[in-house]
Ligand binder design. Structure first.
Ligand SMILES: NC(=O)c1ccc[n+]([C@@H]2O[C@H](COP(=O)([O-])OP(=O)(O)OC[C@H]3O[C@@H](n4cnc5c(N)ncnc54)[C@H](O)[C@@H]3O)[C@@H](O)[C@H]2O)c1
Length: 333
C-alpha cells in the first residue's frame, strides 16, 4: 500500500494557506502545516477546518525566520508550498525590518532547506504588487518589476532569491504570482472583507482610502487551484518559471463597493479617510493580470466570477460565528 504524499505548507494558518491546505487534502495529500509560533497556541484558521480534513493535517508551530524550524517542517516532504509572509502594505511602512526578516530571510531559509533535503518541488509565493502600477496591460510575467512599497520590495527580494537558487543549484522552484485574492477568512486589512465585514456588522457608512485604483480580484479557491496546478504539473513545464494567476478583468475600488452593495442588497455610503491614503508614489494605481502562461502550462483557469466569489464571501461574513473573529470597529493595519 502506498501512503499519501506529504505536502509541507508555510503560512498554512492564514487566509490563502488554510484554503490551500483544504485543497491539498481534497487532492489526496497529507499536509504538514506550519502555523507561526505564538504564546496562545493558536492555529489560526486551521482551527476551523472540518475534522476529516484535520485528520490529514499535522500542525507544527514554527517560524520561517528560524532555519531549523523550516528544515523540520520540510523533512520528508514530497513538495513544499511557501506562503508565510508579512503582507500588509501600510504596516510595511512602519515595520520594514520585520518584512525583510520574514519575506527575504524566511524565503532564503526555505530555499536552503529544499536544497539540503532535496525536496522535489517548491512553490514560492510572489505577488502582483511587485509589478507596481501597470505600464502595459494586461500584465505579463515580462512586465518590469517596480516595487512601490517595502512589502513589494521584500517580496521581490524573495522572488529573486528563488530565481537565483534555480540558476545556481537547479533548485526545483516555481514561483506563483497571484493578483489580489479574496474570500472567506481574509483579514480585514484588505478592501473586500473590510467592506463586507463592516456592512455585515450593521455599518452603512464605510471609511476607505483611495477609490480610484483598479485591481484584478480572484476568488481564493481559484488561487488555491493555481497553487496546486504549479505544484503538480510536470517539472519541465513549470520549474524555474514564474506564473501570474488572475482573471484578466479589473475593477476600481469605487465600483467594487457599488457591486458589494448590490450583492448584499444594502445601500453603502463611502467616506474617504486620509489616514488610509498611501503616499502618492507608493499607491499602485492599476493591476490586471495576463495569466495565459499559467493556462498554457497547466490548463488552470479561474472557476468563479467576481459576483459568485462575493456571494460566498458575504455568506461567510454574515455568519455571526465568523464575524465574531473580526474587529470590525477599528482600522486593521
Ligand atoms: N491575499 C492576497 O491578495 C495576496 C495576493 C498576492 C500574493 N499573496 C501572498 O500570498 C501569501 C499568503 O497571503 P494571505 O493573504 O493568505 O495572508 P495571511 O496574512 O493570511 O497569511 C500569511 C501567513 O504567514 C504567517 N507568517 C507571518 N510571519 C511568519 C513567520 N515569521 N513564520 C511563520 N509564519 C509566518 C502568518 O501568521 C499568516 O498566517 C503571502 O505570501 C502573500 O504575500 C497574497
Amino acid at each position: 500500500m502506498t501512503s499519501a504524499p506529504l505536502a509541507a505548507v508555510t503560512g498554512a494558518e492564514g487566509f490563502i494557506g488554510s484554503h490551500l491546505t483544504e485543497s491539498l487534502v481534497a487532492r489526496g495529500y497529507r499536509v504538514r502545516a506550519m502555523a507561526q509560533y505564538n504564546s496562545f497556541s493558536s492555529y489560526g484558521w486551521l482551527e476551523t477546518l472540518a475534522p476529516d480534513v484535520l485528520d490529514q493535517v499535522e500542525i507544527v508551530l514554527g517560524d520561517v525566520r528560524d532555519p531549523g524550524s523550516v528544515r523540520g517542517l520540510l523533512e520528508g516532504a514530497d513538495c513544499a508550498y511557501h506562503l508565510a509572509a508579512l503582507i500588509a502594505i501600510p504596516y510595511s511602512y512602519r515595520a520594514p525590518h520585520s518584512y525583510v526578516d520574514t519575506n527575504v530571510t524566511g524565503t532564503l531559509n526555505v530555499l536552503e532547506a529544499v536544497r539540503a533535503l532535496g525536496t522535489p518541488r517548491l512553490v514560492h509565493t510572489s505577488t502582483s504588487e511587485t509589478y507596481g502600477t501597470a505600464r502595459t496591460v494586461p500584465i505579463t510575467e515580462d512586465h518590469p518589476i517596480n516595487t512601490q512599497s517595502p512589502y513589494a520590495a521584500s517580496k521581490a527580494g524573495g522572488d529573486r532569491l528563488a530565481d537565483s537558487y534555480h540558476a545556481s543549484f537547479e533548485t526545483p522552484v516555481v514561483t506563483l504570482r497571484p493578483f489580489n485574492t479574496f474570500g472567506p477568512r481574509q483579514s480585514m486589512r484588505a478592501v473586500i472583507p473590510t467592506v463586507i465585514g463592516q456592512v455585515a456588522a450593521g455599518e452603512r457608512v464605510i471609511t476607505l482610502g483611495d477609490l480610484r485604483p483598479t485591481r484584478d480580484f480572484s476568488y481564493v479557491k481559484d488561487t488555491a487551484a493555481a497553487f496546486l496546478a504549479v505544484g503538480t504539473a510536470p517539472a519541465e513545464r513549470v520549474v524555474g518559471r514564474t506564473f501570474n494567476s488572475g482573471t484578466g478583468t479589473e475593477i476600481s475600488v469605487g465600483d467594487l463597493v457599488a457591486l458589494i452593495a448590490k450583492v448584499m442588497d444594502v445601500p453603502i455610503e463611502v467616506r474617504e479617510d486620509t489616514e488610509r491614503l498611501r503616499p502618492a508614489a507608493s499607491e499602485v494605481m492599476r493591476l490586471v493580470a495576463d495569466a495565459s502562461r499559467l493556462t498554457a502550462a497547466t490548463g488552470w483557469e479561474p472557476g468563479h466570477s467576481l459576483e459568485q466569489g462575493l456571494a460566498h464571501t458575504v455568506e461567510f461574513f454574515r455568519d455571526p460565528a465568523n464575524l465574531a473573529r473580526y474587529k470590525t470597529g477599528i482600522y486593521n493595519v
